[in-house]
Every structure is written in C-alpha cells, then in structure tokens.
Design a protein around this ligand. Sequence first.
Ligand code: ADP
Ligand code: MG
Length: 270
Amino acid sequence: MKGYGEEILRMEDIVKTFDLGEGKKLVASDHVNISLHKGETLGIVGESGSGKSTLAKILTRLYPMDSGRILIHGKDIAPLKGEELRQARRNIQMVFQDPSTAFNPKQRVKEIICEPLQNYGLIRKGEVEEKAKEMLRLVDLPEDFANRYPNNMSGGQRQRIAIARALVLKPEIIICDEATSALDVSVQKTIIELLDRLQRETHVAYFFICHDLALANMFCDNMIIMQKGKVVERIHDLREAKDPYSKKLLASIFTIEEGKNKVLPDELFQ
Ligand code: ADP
Ligand code: MG
C-alpha cells in the first residue's frame, strides 16, 4: 500500500439542513467528521441522496453550513470571506461528473485549462498556450488540443481537460464528484490510472465521491460510508465492514477484486 502524509483537511461536526418548506427539514449532513491526509484518496461512498455532494459543496463553500468547522492545516476556513476565502479556495479544486456542462463551449481548451491561473492573476496572456500544452502533456493529451474547442471531444478527453484544469493551481485537494461515473468502463479505468499517476507525482489528495462501491474499494485508501447524511462507518477495505448498512451495501456488489489498489497494473505497485 502506498503511504500518505500529514493531515491537511479536517471537517468537524458538519451540520447542514435544507428547509423544504411547510415546516419540513432535511438533514443532509448530520454531524459529519472527516479527515484527509496529504496524498490520500478518501472515498465518500453511499447511495444516491446520502449527502455526498452536499459535503463537497460545503467544502468548496458553495453551500453555507449550519455549524461545524473546516480546518485546512489546522486553520478554520469556514469564517473566511472575500480575498482570504478566495485564496483558501485555491487549494481545493473540483472535477465533476459531466465535464461538458462544466466548460464554456466558446472557450478554447487552452483558455479552459488556464482560466484558474488567470482568475488569480498568476499567468500572462503570452504564457497561456505554453502552460496549456504542459498541462495537456501531463494528462496524456496531444498538445494541439490547446487551440481546439471541447465540443467534439470524447467524454474521457474532456475529463482529462477537467483534471488538467483542476491541477493547474497545484491544489492539495481535488474533489472528484462522480468524476468517472458517466464514462464507459474502459475509459473509466484510464481516468483512474491517470488520477493515480498524478497523485504519485504531485501528492495531491483526492476526496473521491463515488456511488460505485467496487470502484471506490479498489481505488481509495480509505472510505467513509454515508447514509442519510450520517457517517455510518470509516473503513480501509469494504470487506472489513462491520456496520449492518455497510454490509448490506457490500452484499449488493457482485464482485470485489482481490486486494486494494489493484485496478492498475501490478508493476506500478512494486
Ligand atoms: P448524494 O450526492 O449523496 O446523492 P446530495 O448531497 O446531493 O446526495 O443530497 C443529499 C440530500 O440533500 C438529498 O435528499 C437531496 O435531495 C438534498 N438536497 C441536496 N441539495 C439540496 C438543495 N439545494 N435543496 C434541498 N435539498 C437538497
Ligand atoms: Mg451527488
């Protein structure tokens, strides 16, 4: 098993309630605690509606929370506003399920990839093309994609572009919210392999939201299992599950590959 480093993120006692009107409330995060380490892949698994995406949105501050703390290297980012918040956000980037909706179709790939750098004033116009090519090489796409538009690219290619864009600010954390769920299984495998290689090269940590338990079990170092807004269990391997709900989820999977981190060629793990 690969190693990982110090704790970079701690979400403490996160509570988020949605007001559904007519006095009805839904607790989407019910006192959730999560810890993520440098270079770790943490799976957030659980059935649809269990509160996985809500956690991602709270972490990126897209949703306000009712209470709780979000500590990055021990510093609570929850109360931050304005420029301080903007700077804290640099460290947490996101890759969504459907990259086609995440891109502006009028932007060329080089603009899509370098936009985060431009937003933070970290790149000059004249440097955009070269930087985009460097990032394209990193995600195994041809350099000449830089001047193309994303519309007629495949789902896998677009997801590579989304990953390049997520990495361009050199974040410590990338949230993948069902990032491979819309892809064919064979393409999914190549994206997982890419994420794995990039983690080895950059020590980025993944907050890997996934409803596919078999995939999460293979790819993730650790998993938290969610049900109705609550963390049911924290485990390294699904086969260690003790909680009845986790066991029920486990029973719903037809096959679980032997061993952890076995989705990639064995030679990568020697
Ligand atoms: P998951 O990603 O695990 O499928 P979500 O975090 O998207 O689950 O949703 C958790 C629960 O919160 C669901 O019941 C969902 O309907 C509800 N929910 C999510 N976002 C909102 C919202 N903006 N307003 C009201 N309810 C929401
Ligand atoms: Mg979701």
